[in-house]
Design a protein around this ligand. Structure first.
Ligand SMILES: Cc1cc2nc3c(=O)[nH]c(=O)nc-3n(C[C@H](O)[C@H](O)[C@H](O)COP(=O)(O)OP(=O)(O)OC[C@H]3O[C@@H](n4cnc5c(N)ncnc54)[C@H](O)[C@@H]3O)c2cc1C
Length: 436
């Protein structure tokens, strides 16, 4: 059951590539990754309900799930086991205590992502992003690709919480400054936001007087952390873990509420979808076994392994152009390129062949994948997500986006369909990464 339009949650609005490297050994966009699981649901004829809000879960034998939707109104389902997978929510402005007025134009990065990628609406033209986790970085690029001017990404910590490869391909590619150890200390504007004051912070994360800088903008995107969506976990009677902010579970992902299991971002916030999928398979199998087994006592609480938080520091020497950050995978290896007297290149620091190839291309003819949306009329969605089938020369990105923005399609459009052939004369096609 999901309250959303899609059974695959947040993935449908994450139209960028970077999903599925572990599960499918391919770099897919969010909707492409989602489509693989949707077809498994169809194949196995698993019943599902969209636009259905679960308002209460009670653990027990049976568990009781109370939900509502337009067709059935308020209804209850009895189940021998329940798997909680409600994902997470974004930390809102109220949780950050930023002083100033309360104008419009302030969005969480995920809300803005939904507007741009699912509804085809731009939240604004001049943008400041607060928070440099992957969602903030990805939205800085997305807004730039759609023609907005992203003035800066401000980050309170002395490092970015996003992957190094995202600093390169989302900020550096678009000339967006990353201001580490900086935060927004005031919001200006009455009806619509007109600007923000950005200040440097000290080692205790306190703004340093005299460092204030006014930055005009009509949009502020907040990307300041995610927290598990835990209301239903609590109502189910599950004990909560103050470290993960999700429910306490045992080795079989069973919460302390009878018959209730949990997985994905509701359990703890995951960076990689592959880990969410793995955990979901485990939770489903365990819930099925629980229904069949007589002995329901599966042991003590075990905190799930939470990977260390990303702390990306921009390496010194990179500005000199010799040291590159490989964007081929999330490892972000530092690769050094030296030009030999005979004109050939010596490449060191790469840990795989892809790293060498990336470095060679980057200093001779840099290439990038472009992901975006194309307008569609007559379908259930106003836009369809698309990507370049292969990487294209970096200098062709602007021309590629112009062509994408000029294009209008008629429904139906299906995943994999060529929607623009030979975009911007690159020889590469634009293909749909979803259906419309
Ligand atoms: C912007 C962004 C970029 C990302 N980029 C990458 C990337 O490049 N590579 C990568 O591997 N991973 C990436 N991730 C991470 C990965 O996509 C997520 O961790 C994963 O998809 C989360 O899955 P989930 O099922 O736990 O939660 P979600 O996808 O959030 O699904 C939760 C679902 O539960 C529904 N729900 C919640 N409460 C209720 C209720 N009361 N009643 C009914 N339904 C409810 C929600 O509507 C939603 O449909 C990214 C995530 C984000 C947000």
């Amino acid at each position: 059951m999901t309250r959303g339009h899609f059974i695959t949650g947040i993935l449908n609005q994450c139209i960028h590539n970077g999903f599925g490297l572990h599960t499918f050994k391919e770099e897919l966009t969010g909707p492409e990754y989602a489509a693989r699981y949707i077809s498994m649901v169809y194949e196995k004829k698993i019943p599902y309900m969209l636009h259905t809000m679960v308002v209460d879960v009670r653990g027990g034998d049976p568990c009781i799930v109370t939900a509502m939707n337009h067709k059935k109104g308020l209804f209850e389902i009895e189940a021998k086991a329940v798997v909680l997978a409600m994902g997470c929510r974004e930390r809102p402005r109220g949780a950050m205590n930023i002083p100033g007025s309360r104008p419009s134009g302030i969005y969480s990065a995920g809300t803005a992502q939904r507007f741009v990628n699912i509804e085809g609406r731009m939240p604004g033209k001049e943008v400041v992003v607060l928070g440099s986790g992957d969602i903030g970085l990805i939205m800085a690029r997305r807004m730039s690709l759609q023609g907005a001017k992203v003035k800066m990404v401000a980050e309170i910590m002395p490092y970015s919480g996003g992957l190094k490869r995202n600093i390169v391909q989302c900020l550096d590619d678009f000339g967006i400054p990353l201001k580490l150890s900086h935060t927004v200390t005031k919001i200006h504007g009455k009806d619509r936001i007109e600007g923000v004051t950005v200040s440097k912070v000290d080692g205790n994360l306190k703004p340093i007087p005299g460092t204030e800088e006014y930055v005009s903008c009509d949009t502020l995107l907040l990307s300041c952390g995610l927290i598990p969506e835990n209301e239903l976990s609590e109502s189910a009677g599950a004990r909560m873990d103050p470290v993960t902010s999700g429910p306490v579970v045992n080795a079989r992902l069973q919460t302390t509420a009878e018959g209730v299991f949990a997985c994905g971002n509701v359990l703890h916030v995951h960076d990689l979808v592959d880990n969410v999928s793995k955990e979901a398979v485990e939770a489903g199998a365990n819930a099925a076994a629980y229904v069949k087994e007589k002995n329901k006592d599966w042991g003590e609480a075990v905190r799930p392994k939470i990977p260390a938080k990303t702390k990306s520091v921009i390496p010194e020497g990179r500005d000199a152009g010799r040291t590159l950050i490989c964007i081929g995978c999330p490892n972000g290896c530092l690769v050094t390129v030296d030009k030999n007297p005979d004109g050939s290149l010596s490449i060191t620091g790469n840990t795989c062949k892809k790293g060498e190839e990336y470095a060679r291309n980057e200093v001779t003819a840099p290439k990038r994948m472009v992901t975006s949306i194309v307008r569609v009329s007559g379908g259930k969605n106003p836009v369809v997500s698309v990507k370049t089938k292969e990487e294209i020369p970096k200098e062709k990105i602007a021309a590629c986006m112009e062509e994408i923005n000029r294009t209008a399609l008629k429904a139906p459009v299906s995943l994999g369909q060529i929607v623009i052939a030979d975009v911007a004369g690159t020889g590469v096609d634009i293909v749909a990464t979803g259906d419309a």
